[in-house]
Every structure is written in structure tokens, then in C-alpha cells.
Design a binder for this molecule. Sequence first.
Ligand SMILES: [Zn+2]
Length: 430
Amino acid sequence: MEIKRFLKRLIVLIALLLMISVFTSKVNAMTIVIDPGHGGNDPGALRGDVHEADLNLKIARYLRDYLNDYLDMNVLLTHEDSTMDLPDRADFARNNRADLLISVHVNNSVLPFSNGAEAYVTYRTELPKYNEQMTALGNKILNNISSLGIANGGVRTRIAANDENEDEYKYYDGQNGDYYGIIRRSMKGGHETSLGPNFSDGSGISTILVEHAYMSNDHDYNLINSDDKLKALAKADADAIAEFYSLKKAPSKTDVGGYLFNAKFYADKYEDLRNSYGYNEELLRTHYYVFGIREGRTASPVFDPVYYLNKYNDLRIAFGNDYTALYNHFLSFGIDEGRASSVVFDSGYYLGKYSDLQNAFGNNNYRDGLVHFINFGMKEGRVGSTEFDAGYYLNLYPDLQKAFGNTNYYEALNHFLIFGINEGRSGILK
Ligand SMILES: [Zn+2]
């Protein structure tokens, strides 16, 4: 007996270690390095006692937060207010295999009327990811920023002057380098002593430098002089990046907790989990996120991945048996498209059937409809699909009435999903 208990504990320990390793490894993550311009001993531009470096760092941190709302993101800052030279910033991005390096600045001019946002990209066109893609991204960023009232100053290139004769300012083919040190270095790679590597092979990093506004201009400064306004600028950047790279929103904690994970349902449904974890919510939750989603298990009455996959041909073509991708699809798109996601829940049907819900949420706010079904509809015995009606189900089976009472629709629904279907019981009048 002692050995059995020891083995059981050992297995749990191994499982936990596996979970930790899965949690800490990011597969197919996109790496974005954000470089807050200046910092440490270098305040950048000044307006009174306002330092450009402080504005840049705030925008950079907000941008990191926004980007972390997307799936599979690895978002890094080059520094958080320490002194760092430009080559080190580019090298940081290179060492972290950045897919994108975005350097965050606010502009300054001795001419008080100079205003607007500008983006700088390399002039080199060896690969689309250098000039072409960064120009497209820059246009999206500047468009978003202009919607905040800061003029669109365009995407620009700037080449180092001819009198900069040192090798540091030249590229591998002897042409002048880009003017901005961080762009030049990210294209050149790690060597300053020679003309540097040939980046036509893709070894240059996609880099964009964004000057978000002119702090020397009164109109612009009024649009950057609070944390909320800097946050709006960061969101402008993040939205553009997300659109450009087709990033997918990660489910928020409340989405997941409320919609797709119900510990009791999960344990009731799967005997192996019940045996391993009992009804321990934390262990069950961990199991679901590490294994359950991937294995196509269902942890909520409203989302059954196998049902969802079988129902939709386009999903089968897109995802095959990749249940993690399927889960993400449901959270990011399926819910809002009003798709049917389990035998008891079809959000399009549900919203269409009940006019009080349409009045409350609008005709196609399926997300709120789904939340309503979870919080109220199931308990009220509302019909969530053409395949199950809890009232009918209870009426039809006296043994269930006896077990649950006449109006315990929620238990009836759970019974149907966990036992009834397997027992060949009917969920609705055919
Ligand atoms: Zn600057």
C-alpha cells in the first residue's frame, strides 16, 4: 500500500513537472523587440522638465501590454531606463531572433510648427521584409496615429551622409548605410570592423523607428501629455502590428474561466481525471490547459471540440485534429460568428429564439448570448440548440425527475451530456 501511494505521488510529481515545462516553452511564438528610445544617462529631447526617454518608455511598456494580449507572443524591451548604445539595442534584437524591432521615439525640432508622426525604415530592398513590409506596417501605424489627431508625416528612409566615410556607415556592397544607427546595425549584423555581412540572405532584422509626435509642437504635445494619451499611441502601434501580422487575440482569463472551463463538469465527465485529481479545481484546470485542450477534451457544456469539428467542414480543413488551434478559433472567431459549439448549445439558434435576449444584447452579439446561457439560460431551462430541451428531457424520463426534481434543468443538461447521450436517451422531441 505504501509503495502504491508513493508511486501515485511520483506520477503526480512527474505530471506537474511536465506541465511546468509545457507552460514555459513557447512554440511558434513571434518575437517582437520594443526599443524605448534613449534612457539611462540619455534623456533624449526635452520640453521643460519632460524627458523624451520617459515618454518613450511609457509607450513601450503599454505597447508590450497590448501585444501580450495576443496568442504566442514573445515581447521584449531592449531596456527599462538604462543607458544602452544603439548597436547593443540592435544586437539585443538579433540575439533574441526578433521578427520585428520597433524603436519608439518622440520627435523634437527647433521649428515650433514642425508636427506629425513619422516612421523610418531601411532603404534596402533585398527582401520584402526590409523596406517593403516595414513601409506597409509604418503606413498602418501612422494611419492609426493620425486618427488620434497627430498628422501623418509618412514613412521615410534616410541614408547616411557621403562624408561618413568609415566602414561603420557602409553596407556589404559599399553603399552608404541607413542614417539611423539602430536600423543600420540591425541590417548589418554584429560586426563593426568590416563592411559587415551580406544581408541579402535575410540576416538583417525587420526594423521600424516611429517618431510618434513632436513634443516641441504645442498641438502635438497636447496629444501626448498624459498617460492615457500615451496609452492610445501604444494601442495605435499595437493594433497596426496585430493587423499586419494577423495576430490572434489570446483568450482573457475571464473568457476561459467563464466559458470553457468548468471543473466539476470536467471531473464528472472524465473518470481518469476524477481518479487522479478528485474535484481539485486547480489541478483540473492545469490539466485542461496543458493536456485537455490539446487532447480535444470538453470542460464545459457549451464547447465540445469534437462536436464543433464534426459540425464544420471549414474547420476540419483548416485544423484537422489540431484541437489547440480549434479551441483558439472558437474563442477568437467561432463565438462571435454564432457557431454551434456543442450538442446543447448553438449561439446563433439561442439568440434567434429569444427576443428578450435580442433586445438586451442586439441581434448578433453571440458572445453575450453565450455568457447568458452559461450564467442563466441553462438554469432557466432555455433551449440552446435544436438537439436538446431540458424541460422535455426531464418530462420524458421519470428516473431523472426523481433524481433531480421537475425543474432542475441544469442537472438535466449535465446528465444528458455526461450520461444521457451514451445511454441513447433522447434530448428532444424528434
Ligand atoms: Zn528620440
